[in-house]
Ligand binder design. Structure first.
Ligand code: 5AD
Ligand code: SF4
Length: 468
């Protein structure tokens, strides 16, 4: 039994992270014969990508995936901690699973992901959800085969969550969701400690993968016919800082360009680490797509300071303008409303900033206090109705600019990577270089390829068109 501990999770050491290769013990390879699993993933792309590794490991153990949890012998929840509603959804699911387990006592149940790293969650599982078989954290994903094998021998709830991040594990088995576009982790964890955010505690310190390992993975994707790669990290712009003297995200991107993969994205960027070199590299390389997700969080300098964001709105606008000078670029953002002590004046400054940036789109959230974060200790007197009303006004403005940006595309042709048949009858769907969803009339043979699509109509969240 190893229980998470926030004090340990907060520590940052300067030791270099060690790297090791994943190996699946022969003893575990047939554990899943004639058995099925149901995996539910909550949260961000990082979790989605972890789930691709989880599926790879379960496949290696001969488990078969089912899409109905009632049909499964093993249920795994890969959870998210970022806001309370993600939390509540996972606990709601555990409630449903409890009933299933009463009917099927041999059912194995496990929980992993960010919630597993929270002291409070683990305490609650130990108290109220004893039927769970095991819990493991974000730092020991590779322990899944051993823990699952043990659960068939032992009935007792086992918690194995490490608060100190472990090694970087290379060559994890992987079952990718898409045959055309792939996620590739380049950096794990985050050292920014924005005061509202739980990620630095649940995902540990900033650790970059070696660039040669990343390039090797992308070369394989190219060989397999992949068209697009998204370089993933909580803050990809910090890439290399923990590992190299003089090698940053811009250098990595230039190496990725040389692999010949047609489309390169990266996600997410913190404005603090956005170098001029990176702006130039995006500008000068066609395969690095003209799309940057640049979370601003607030337009008030007072709130930005309380959030520990390390920039002012003036510095943000300066960076925004540099990026906007790149022809055809699309910039999106994240905004939190109702941060403790946010006044109507502060909120209006956020609206002013949105009016300045006219984002292509944005994810907007009501602030949600997270266990043990500095912001959760601030007094928060703004009523929920006021926060909801601010969110509504913000969304109206964001949607207006999204639609305006989309309307400008009508009549022009854009490259679209075709991902499959759309939910709209007889249509295909895909994404432009600027990450806009397009539903269009086209030839099914185009699936998996990059084709030209003429835009015929535009809404706030998607475009309609026809293949040229
Ligand atoms: N409450 C609300 N939104 C949050 N985010 C992160 N932490 C919180 C929180 N405690 C948002 C930020 C971040 C995005 C991934 O989630 O906007 O950029
Ligand atoms: Fe959280 Fe800030 Fe790190 Fe993003 S940069 S993961 S918001 S601490």
């Amino acid at each position: 039994m190893k229980i998470p501990n926030y004090e340990e999770a907060k520590k940052r050491s300067h030791e270099k992270t060690s790297i090791r290769n994943f190996e699946l013990d022969n003893d575990y390879k047939n554990i899943g014969l004639n058995k099925t699993y149901f995996l539910k993933t909550y949260g961000c792309q990082m979790n989605e990508h972890d789930s691709e590794n989880i599926k790879g490991m379960l496949d290696g153990m001969n488990f078969r995936e089912v899409l109905n949890m009632e049909d499964a012998n093993f249920i795994l929840l890969n959870t998210c901690s970022i806001r309370e509603n993600a939390h509540n959804k996972a606990f709601g699911m555990l409630g449903r699973i409890k009933h299933l387990k009463e009917e099927k006592p041999n059912l194995k149940v496990a929980l992993c992901g960010c919630m597993a790293q929270e002291e409070g969650v683990v305490k609650e599982i130990l108290k109220k959800y004893k039927f769970v078989n095991f819990v493991f954290g974000t730092h020991n994903l590779d322990d899944l085969p051993r823990l699952l094998a043990n659960s068939f021998k032992e009935q007792k709830l086992n918690i194995e969550v490490y608060s100190k991040e472990g090694d970087i594990i290379e060559n994890m088995p992987l079952e990718r969701e898409s045959k055309y576009k792939a996620y590739v982790n380049i950096i794990y964890g985050c050292d920014k400690f924005c005061t509202y955010c739980i990620v630095p505690y649940t995902r540990g310190s900033q650790r970059s993968r070696r660039h040669e390992d990343i390039i090797k993975e992308i070369n394989e994707l190219v060989k397999d016919g992949y068209q697009e790669v998204t370089l993933l990290g909580q803050n990809v712009n910090a890439y290399g800082k923990d590992l190299y003297e003089d090698y940053e995200l811009a250098d990595l991107l230039l190496e990725v360009v040389k692999t010949g993969i047609p489309r390169i994205r990266f996600l997410t960027s913190h404005p603090w680490d956005f170098s001029d070199k990176l702006v130039e590299v995006i500008k000068n390389n066609k395969s690095i797509l003209n799309f940057v997700h640049l979370p601003v969080q607030s337009g008030s300098n007072r709130i930005l300071k309380l959030m520990g964001r390390r920039y002012t709105k003036e510095a943000y606008k300066e960076l925004f303008d540099k990026l906007k000078s790149i022809d055809g670029i699309s910039i999106t953002t994240d905004i939190i409303v109702g941060f403790p002590t946010e006044t109507e004046e502060d909120f209006k400054e956020t609206l002013d900033l949105v009016n300045y940036c006219k984002y292509d789109s944005a994810f907007t959230f009501i602030y949600s206090p997270r266990e043990n974060t500095p912001a959760s200790k601030l007094e928060d007197t703004t009523p929920l109705e006021v926060k909801e009303e601010r969110l509504y006004r913000l969304n109206e403005l964001i949607n207006k600019y999204s639609k305006e940006a989309n309307l400008k595309m009508i009549g022009s042709e854009y490259d679209v990577l075709v991902e499959g048949e759309s939910s709209k009858e007889g249509m295909l769907f895909g994404y432009t270089e600027t990450n806009k969803l397009v539903n269009f009339k086209g030839n099914k043979d185009s699936i998996g390829k990059i084709v030209k699509v003429k835009i015929l109509d535009a809404k706030s969240f998607s475009l309609d068109g026809e293949e040229v």
